[in-house]
Design a protein around this ligand. Structure first.
Ligand SMILES: [Zn+2]
Length: 337
């Protein structure tokens, strides 16, 4: 197993410590999970207080998005880590971002003026761990340098007979609670995968907290930070959103591709997926978009599984790619004004 460097801070204890110590952030506990663990939220920059005369659906019905949020309102970026508890890459990226916002240096001690400068022009809202129950269940600080078996064990867990649930078969029973041998980091303590909650029904407290946050903050962009085995830095298209949102996700991917090139860091393009026989799921990024109109997308990080093909990136490269993604997202929101 690869040793986890000190800048890879991903445990609930480290999150809680950072939350308590942060001096510049506005701090809130959004909710408590099924397992009664806090969902910490840190924000930087003044909250947008432009008028909101109608909810997003009604504003679209009126053919005037400005009824929901005026065009010149302050851009807001919402970053969400660990909707799946074993995917600690985004948590590490967010903890380094918080360090930059607080001290001007990341957790490895590297200065970075560009990112806090870009952040100073927007409202930045950070939810480092959306699924603390799942995070608590996963013992390693990260999967980087481990195997595909490790990823699946700590991720989707096992059935009662000890066999791996795997992806996507883990989704065949939802909630999975009562069917598991080991409940993976995917789920909260009730066995709910937040990505596939019942969004039009009483839902998990964590899911409700995320959608409430979308309603309260009216973010222009939401990045859901996930892991994608040995993928390149991969922004996924979100199902059931208008073409302009798909185009914006593609534009962000292109910006990241260009920004990563000088450092030899490879991001993927974000083309629309081909039509399949089974329609795509209306998942958490879809739901978040429909609450607030945001560009809402999953970013899948490389997870460096040593026994699987694809790029094997270091902890430092994975973290750096998140910081590039965050900076490009901030700049894109400001240029869009
Ligand atoms: Zn995931």
């Amino acid at each position: 197993m690869t040793e986890t460097p000190a800048f890879w801070q991903t445990t609930l204890e480290e999150i809680s410590h950072t939350f308590l110590e942060a001096q510049k952030a506005e701090k809130r506990i959004l909710a408590f999970s099924a397992g009664n663990r806090p969902l910490y939220c840190l924000s930087y920059g003044e909250k947008d207080i432009s008028p909101c005369n109608a909810n997003y659906s009604s504003a679209l019905g009126a053919h005037d998005k400005a009824c929901y949020k005026p065009k010149d309102a302050k851009p807001t970026l919402l970053l969400i880590g660990a909707e799946h508890g074993q995917e600690t890459e985004g948590v590490a990226g967010l903890m380094n971002l918080i360090s930059l916002m607080e001290t001007g240096r990341d957790l490895a001690g590297n200065p970075n003026e560009a990112l806090p400068e870009a952040a100073s022009k927007i409202r930045l809202v950070i939810l480092p761990v959306a699924n603390p129950d799942g995070r608590a269940r996963v013992e390693p600080k990260g999967i980087v340098g481990m195997t595909g078996y490790d990823l699946r064990y700590w991720g989707q867990g096992t059935w009662k007979d000890g066999s791996l649930c795997g992806w996507p078969d883990c989704k065949k029973i939802h909630p999975i609670k009562g069917h598991e041998g080991f409940l993976g980091g995917y789920y909260n303590d009730d066995g709910i995968n937040l990505m596939h909650d019942n969004f039009f029904h009483p839902m998990a407290k964590e899911t409700q907290a995320i959608l409430d946050l979308c309603a309260a903050e009216r973010p222009d962009m939401i990045l859901h930070l996930h892991g994608g085995s040995n993928s390149e830095g991969n922004l996924l298209q979100t199902a059931y959103v208008p073409p302009e949102i798909s185009a914006a996700i593609e534009a962000l991917a292109k910006r990241c591709i260009e920004a990563g090139k000088p450092e030899g860091l490879v991001f993927a393009e974000a083309p629309l997926p081909p039509a399949e026989e089974t329609p795509p799921s209306f998942n958490l990024p879809s739901a978040a978009h429909h609450v607030c109109g945001a560009i809402s997308a999953v970013y899948e990080s490389n997870e460096c599984l040593i026994d699987e093909p694809g790029p094997h990136l270091s902890h430092a490269q994975i973290t750096r790619m998140h910081l590039i993604l965050f900076e490009q997202a901030m700049k894109m929101l400001c240029e869009g004004r």
